[in-house]
Design a protein around this ligand. Structure first.
Ligand code: URP
Ligand code: ZN
Ligand code: ZN
Length: 490
């Protein structure tokens, strides 16, 4: 008998491979953390995974999550880089993109150094960092941001609402213009702050304080107006922009229209806008606080519009916006237990449930294809945020980031089975079909047999590449160059 020669460190056999564009039967050979071969009869390996009946997908990229991040009201998220990354891994992710958040007066450099320090000895899967810019001072714009972009922090979020985070339209333009110059991407939280405050004041003056009024105050018009305005600001300076956590049909329409007009506008939505509604906030006592996030969950019609947007090219990215605040003084109720809706910490958890929920309700119920699922949960984020093709794909030479899904695994979501540091999940009791059995990051088995297999701190930081094409060649615009004068001022 011929001796068996070791060829790969890991070989995945008998599974069906699904990428963002195609599905095929194939083996995958992994060597030194990279995909070394894709094909039939690849040979031998130290370790063989039999994926019969299972789906072999690129590992998920959760491109919007808040981990070990201090809010502007000085509350810390319940998850640190350990619990957050472990939870993400159990949900099929191999990469996360949380934020290094600047609060006013802080140096961006210090903020980044601090986030890197927090992540370094804790993350179990790979991670990059977006920035949050709340203080675009001269030194930030002229010095810190250009050099940070070159070092791989190629995307940043700005807020049009939240008193302590919001910046004005002129400041957004400054950031967009800079992002365009250096090939970075601006992410925008688009809600009109004045509208929200105006409604909130009238509600609280009349004694309407319950959590359900959070959804009333964050009117969908606040979101649609701000989204249109944000798109126009990006249009003025011909910059790339991604509107995060879209909940509203009109906002979604504006994004689609902009994309149809060949503007470099991208859209992101999240599970809370597919599976929750404002009715979830309308419960006894403070129970509704569990579902207070911004923008808020809306109604069944909005859910339908969001599903449609996942199918018709409005949304490229499906993220969790995991913003974990526990139901106590450390989180949701930092300002007290019986406070009015506008004092409740905003955000819902969702790192671990993002992909199973979309798989079950999207792929399982025929709303999206498995290839669209891969694009929305992994590939598009890799492309947009400068990680492709190293991440988000199954290609020779790319990182062996692979999630092996069991499409028949039926699970009822319960907080006790999740691995985050939360005390509730908004999806408690939901039955889902399909969950990853094995999750592999850079060739290392991260999760198998419902157990974590990687060490604390073994995740790697991912510097990201700026979008060259954006910097050198402004995208074609339907506007005549003379009307689009803002771009010429850059
Ligand atoms: O309510 C939310 N989404 N909180 C998290 C912070 C943010 O704006 O994304
Ligand atoms: Zn936001
Ligand atoms: Zn967020």
């Amino acid at each position: 008998m011929e001796p068996k020669i070791k060829k790969y460190d890991l070989l995945i056999k008998n599974g069906t491979v699904h990428t963002a564009v195609e599905s095929f039967e194939s083996e995958i050979g992994v060597s030194e953390g990279k995909i070394a071969a894709i094909g039939k009869n690849l040979g031998h390996s130290e370790r063989i995974i039999d994926a019969k009946g299972l789906l072999v997908l690129p590992g998920g990229i959760d491109a919007h999550c808040h981990i070990e991040q201090e809010s502007s009201s000085k509350i810390m998220t319940a998850d640190d880089f350990y619990s957050g990354s472990v939870s993400a891994a159990f949900g099929g992710n191999t990469t996360i993109l949380p934020f290094a958040a600047q609060h006013r007066g802080q140096s961006l450099r210090d903020v980044v150094a601090n986030a890197r320090k927090r992540a370094k000895d804790k993350a179990v899967i790979d991670y990059g960092l977006h920035l949050i810019i709340s203080d675009p001072s001269k030194s930030v714009l002229e010095d810190e941001l250009p050099s940070l972009i070159k070092e791989g922090y190629t995307s940043f979020k700005v807020y049009m609402t939240y008193e302590m985070l919001k910046i004005n339209d002129g400041e957004i333009l400054d950031i967009l213009a800079l992002a365009r110059k250096y090939g970075a991407l601006t992410m925008v939280h688009a809600e009109n702050n004045e509208i929200i405050n105006w409604i909130s004041d009238r509600l609280t003056q009349r004694g309407y304080n319950a959590p359900k009024f959070h959804a009333v105050s964050h009117s969908h018009i606040a979101e649609s107006e701000a989204s249109r305005r944000a798109i126009d600001l990006a249009r003025l300076v011909d910059a790339r922009m991604l509107i995060v956590h879209v909940s509203d049909a009109e906002a979604a329409n504006s994004i689609l229209q902009a994309r149809n007009n060949e503007l470099n506008i991208y859209g992101e939505t999240c599970p809370q806008y597919l599976f929750l509604t404002a009715k979830d906030l309308d419960q006894e006592g403070m129970e509704g606080a569990k579902y207070c996030c911004s923008p808020p969950p809306r109604d069944k019609e909005s859910q339908k519009a969001i599903w449609k947007g996942l199918k018709n090219g409005t949304f490229q990215v499906f993220s969790s916006d995991h913003a974990p605040y526990r139901l106590d003084k450390s989180g949701k109720f930092h300002a007290g237990k019986d406070v009015s809706f506008n004092k409740i910490a905003n955000g819902v958890p969702g790192l671990e449930t993002r992909m199973p929920l979309l798989f079950s309700e999207g792929v399982g119920k025929g709303r999206i294809t498995i290839n669209e699922f891969v694009a929305l949960t992994s590939t598009n984020a890799a492309k947009i945020y400068g990680l492709y093709p190293r991440k988000g794909s199954l290609v020779i030479g790319g990182d062996a980031d692979i999630a092996i899904w069991d499409p028949k695994w039926v699970r009822t979501i319960k907080q006790e089975m999740l691995h985050d540091n939360m005390d509730y999940t908004p999806y408690e009791g939901m039955k889902v079909k399909g969950w990853p059995r094995i999750v592999i990051n850079r060739g290392r088995i991260a999760v198998e047999d419902e157990k974590l297999k990687v060490e604390r701190g073994s995740g790697k930081f991912l510097p990201r590449t700026p979008a060259e094409t954006c910097r050198e060649q402004p995208i074609s615009s339907p506007l005549s160059p003379s009307r689009n004068f803002g771009a010429k001022l850059l």
